[in-house]
Design a protein around this ligand. Sequence first.
Ligand SMILES: [Ca+2]
Length: 302
Amino acid sequence: MSDVLVGPGTLSVDHRPPPGRTLGDGRHPVAAGQDGYAVIYVEPEGATPRIAIRDFDAVGIPCNAATSCGVDTTVGEDATPVVDAHPVVAALPDGEYITAFVEFGGDGDGLGVAMQLVVPGEATQPAVSFMNQATLGAQYDPDLVWTGEEVVGAYVDSSNLDTAPDIRWRRFNNGAGATEEVLAGTTAAEFNVALTATTDGFAAAWRESSGFEETVRVRRYGEFGTVEWSVAQPFSHPTALIVLPLLNSTNGTYCWCTRTRGLTPRVRATSDVSATRSSTLMCPARSKAGTLPPKLPGTKGM
Ligand SMILES: [Ca+2]
């Protein structure tokens, strides 16, 4: 194996360091499908930050013009991405990718969540549309998932001034979006939503914060309705840095990483059978070069 740059290498100009690239904090900056996988990232240092996607074939070879796949395709050329665009991507079954990112001004009021279909190898990409329907104030931090039948998107919404920040979600089928719905809209602060496909639908996990109390909630939308459960964050702290819910539903186990300032990062898991079965599975020691982290039970494909 060898490391591969996701985009062309750039040189320094006028003794300034070359521009950098970041994956952002989106839950799914990488997506794999039947034909390969793609990485979406931000080049934040231009007058307008640039979002780009690089696709690889099924065995990991970077696609290029010779293989008729896209090379470092710009996403959102007709939009205004922000530095904290936190782009995400989901692979579609026809070799295309659906992307989402945060941009400014395009929805008519402040930040909004833009979506764009990416067709590898095409010189002209489809136009941007918007995931959010309510546009008042800021909509940001999206996630996307392909369920096998449709695209589901979710994002943080601040259009309801009494309860914001909330989380809304929306289904998309063949490019048409259904009416958006409130996924979490209490007076607590809901944020950091993550999505995953399940055997009969999808599941969402998010953080809920009220005062000094914090809870991770998980809701599963399936063939037989919805199931929701939650787990209090035992390591909640006012200076907690971030929680990244990492969902894996192959065996009903849902994991996330808790990173709290001054404490060891922890990976926790819960099952939709019973929230009381949640437990701390791993407290990773400082990694040694060449040492793989221990495997979590049932976390294949996260
Ligand atoms: Ca807006």
